[in-house]
Design a protein around this ligand. Structure first.
Ligand code: SAH
Length: 359
């Protein structure tokens, strides 16, 4: 019989499991606290449970724990990048960043990605598999345990497309924000999507007040489709309509991400078209100087072009920020560290067991 993925269970599912095992209901609260507040890595650590129950749990359930195989610390801004190994041997990456408002982690939602965005390293080898809710939680839990600093913010901007793994992402959001568990405010969580319209519309109905970030990257369908194959399925007017609905239903202002690629989407005409497109939308633009990926020949926009792009948006009354670059020296962009790890592993120069600095 397949084991139950206990860290992915909601409180009521856990209660159900405990009752089915013939145990007293209050045990569910104890176990939930061990899983999501104390974030234990072994059933044996659940000190207030009878030995027999710990044994039965370990026989019938899997406890997802991520193993850190590499940790890189930026000497520029203290950003840390973690490479974690999953139970099946796959590796994923997560990033820890310190801001004036607290500590934030950027987590992955899938192993790889099948969206195919042209500038992104996560998608070069396609999708390997979805992450479970527990594997998303564990990125947050392990990083907090390793860094010993309280995490206050989460962004789903690592590898993967959250709405291509919809159920697990929503399950993760409910678990991580539960006051009986890790209890991070949903208002401090951002979910970034490449613009899967049915996903945005469905997400608007969940009653989860998270910030939605839309990866826009071009104000016109033609260029957007060249950069993001998914744009062929969902034209801009439909995507922005869904974003409006998200604002209407949740009251949450959106973030529009725009990665600036030299001579591709960074000319003044495009800035003006973007301003027209977003007029009246409730949200702000986050300009991201593209992080060059070695497998692609995209070049980051010049400083002058970036400032000019920003100025045009500001003049048109659009709120805009340029993303502060974090962890440039440690392959901070999506999927880059994982790729270099896998490449080195293929060449036989990394032994994950020996690289383990955190456990
Ligand atoms: N699949 C989600 C989240 C993943 S990436 C999405 O598409 O939104 C988070 C953001 O980083 C996205 O806006 C993505 O387009 C952008 N991004 C990915 N690789 C990048 C790179 N090399 N340079 C700049 N931005 C990049």
């Amino acid at each position: 019989m397949e084991k139950t993925d206990i860290r992915s269970l909601s409180f009521s599912e856990l209660e159900h499991l405990i009752l089915e095992m013939g145990e007293r209901p209050f045990r569910a609260g104890q176990i939930y606290g061990w899983l999501h507040q104390k974030t234990v890595t072994d059933f044996e650590q659940m000190g207030n449970l009878p030995k027999q129950l710990r044994k039965r749990l370990s026989e019938s359930c899997n406890l997802t724990v991520l193993k850190p195989v590499q940790v890189k610390v930026s000497s520029i801004d203290k950003t840390r990048k973690y490479l974690f190994q999953l139970a099946d041997g796959n590796v994923i990456e997560s990033v820890w960043m310190q801001y004036h408002h607290g500590c934030s982690v950027c987590i992955s939602s899938q192993v790889g990605c099948r969206m195919g965005c042209k500038f992104c390293a996560s998608t070069l080898e396609g999708l390997e598999r979805d992450l479970t809710a527990a594997e998303m939680l564990e990125q947050v839990y392990r990083i907090q345990a390793l860094s010993e600093e309280r995490i206050s913010h989460i962004v789903l901007m690592g590898s993967g497309e959250p709405f291509d793994n919809y159920e697990n992402v929503v399950r993760f959001l409910r678990l991580v924000s539960d006051e009986r568990g890790f209890h991070i405010s949903l208002r401090n969580i951002t979910v970034s999507t490449c613009g899967i319209v049915p996903g945005i519309r469905r997400f608007a109905e969940e009653g989860l007040p998270v910030t939605l970030a839309l990866s826009l990257h071009a104000p016109k369908d033609k260029v957007r489709q060249e950069l993001m194959p998914v744009a062929k399925s969902y034209p801009l007017d439909e995507v922005l309509d869904a974003c409006k609905e998200y604002f209407t239903k949740t009251g949450r202002r959106l973030t529009f991400e725009y990665s600036l690629v030299k001579n591709v989407n960074d000319n003044p005409g495009e800035a003006m078209a973007l301003a027209r497109l977003l007029k009246g939308m409730h949200g702000h633009v986050n300009l991201i100087p593209v992080n060059p990926v070695s497998e692609r020949n995209f070049v980051r926009s010049d400083k002058r072009a970036i400032l000019e792009f920003q100025r045009i948006l500001e003049q048109a009354g659009i709120a805009v920020t340029v993303r502060r670059e974090m962890g440039r020296d440690i392959q901070g962009a999506c999927g880059q560290l994982r790729r270099s790890f896998l490449e080195k592993k293929e060449q036989g120069s990394i032994d994950p067991g020996k690289e383990n600095k955190g456990g």
